[in-house]
Design a binder for this molecule. Structure first.
Ligand SMILES: *Cc1c(COP(=O)(O)O)cnc(C)c1O
Length: 377
């Protein structure tokens, strides 16, 4: 576990936390089952890199393994070893592969490295000729992966028996992008070289491109966690995370006063503001600060919070531990110190919040700080 250890009993800590996360494991499992259906004949894995997109690899891994998920993808050998503790039977693929110095956990924990270069391939064959491996083939993204020509060279060896051949789409969040079809055709060429070997092309976005893209195994990540995989398509995945911050203080300010660092926000009318216990140290990024701050050039209005059925605008600069919301339009008796403002969750979409910071849901989730009290539902 890399969460900070609490000095209070878990429930007390959650009920009084300055910042807290509610993570709905049932929604993750339901999203996985939907993705299984959408993947048609293909089996559906779960991508768990970066601590299951910040949500807790142990908890998420247990829930998905219990639901019947048998294939997991992580980025690093350490992530694989950690997941192995809760998924003793699963196939755990390590997307970044294997290299000298990290082979220990790969071998002892039975992880399957996804070999993305001839160098990695030669290394594994030398140290453990019988160990299972997958092959990563680059079909146009120029990130990790063998070239198609290198894959063809390896395929010519009759002793070659990878557990899986995979590639990754560069533009699956844009269904009409011509790269999708080009990569799919190129990958079909590759799978033709490896008869009888399982193949995998799709992350979340690719699943929505249809059966031509599904091959034998799909690899969703963000869709499991409720995030947007395809730009401009209605996101039908269930929201999974609610992030909230506690109101530590409410204050009244007069016209002409200022808020937060840089005095960058000037009140144009008498206002009531709520100071809440989350800031950029919690991954509530400073770039979410409103348009009144010097930070933003593009006129984006910044993020907002949600409380008692109302949206409340964020004002002034987000600081390390604190954020300010304008609650002037809410009747005084409806909001008190100790209430919680939703930062994102069922009422404020994760991706909407992310876009206000000029980023994507993936980064919002994987940046979630260590200070949040977490409750799994
Ligand atoms: C991260 C990743 C995925 C999952 O992508 P999502 O867009 O989160 O579904 C799948 N495959 C590879 C190779 C990845 O790096």
């Amino acid at each position: 576990m890399n969460e900070m250890k609490s000095f209070l009993p878990a429930d007390t800590a959650f009920d009084h936390a300055g910042a807290r996360l509610t993570i709905d494991l049932g929604a993750i499992v339901a999203n996985w089952k939907d993705l299984c259906r959408l993947s048609g004949k293909a089996r559906t894995a779960a991508v768990m890199k970066a601590n299951a997109y910040g949500l807790g690899a142990v908890e998420v891994g247990l829930a998905l393994a219990a639901a019947g998920c048998r294939d997991f993808f992580v980025a690093t050998p350490e992530e694989g070893s950690r997941l192995r503790l809760v998924a003793p039977q699963a196939r755990i693929f390590v997307l970044n592969g294997v290299w000298r110095g990290v082979e220990g956990p790969v071998l002892t924990d039975g992880l399957i490295p996804v070999l993305g270069s001839m160098e990695q391939y030669a290394f594994l064959r030398k140290i453990a000729p019988d160990h299972s491996y997958a092959l990563y083939v680059d079909t146009g993204m120029n990130r990790l992966g063998l070239t198609v020509a290198q894959a063809a060279l390896l395929a010519a060896d009759p002793a070659m028996k990878p557990s899986l051949v995979l590639s990754h789409l560069a533009c699956s969040d844009e269904p009409r992008h011509p790269m999708n079809q080009r990569q799919c055709e190129s990958f079909r060429e590759v799978t033709g070289l490896f008869a009888g070997v399982e193949s995998s092309l799709c992350s979340s976005g690719g699943i929505f491109l249809g059966p031509d893209y599904h091959f034998d195994l799909t690899r969703p990540g963000i869709s499991l966690y409720g995030g947007e995989a395809v730009i401009g398509m209605q996101n039908r995945m269930r929201p999974v995370v609610k992030a909230e911050a506690r109101i530590l203080q409410i204050r009244n300010v007069e016209t002409g006063e200022f808020a937060s660092y840089g005095a960058a926000h000037r009140f144009e009318r008498a206002s009531r503001i709520a100071i809440v216990g989350a800031g950029y140290a919690d991954g509530w990024q400073r770039a979410l600060s409103g348009a009144g701050t010097a930070l933003r050039q593009n006129g984006s209005s910044g993020a907002c919070g949600f409380i008692v059925g109302e949206r409340v605008p964020l004002i002034g600069r987000i600081t390390m531990d604190l954020t300010t919301f304008d609650i002037s339009h809410i009747p005084e008796e409806r909001v008190r110190t100790g209430d919680y403002v939703e930062l994102f969750g069922p009422n404020i979409n994760l991706d909407e919040a992310a876009h206000a910071a000029g980023t994507i849901g993936y980064e919002m989730l994987t940046s979630l700080g260590q200070r949040y009290a977490r409750r799994y539902a």
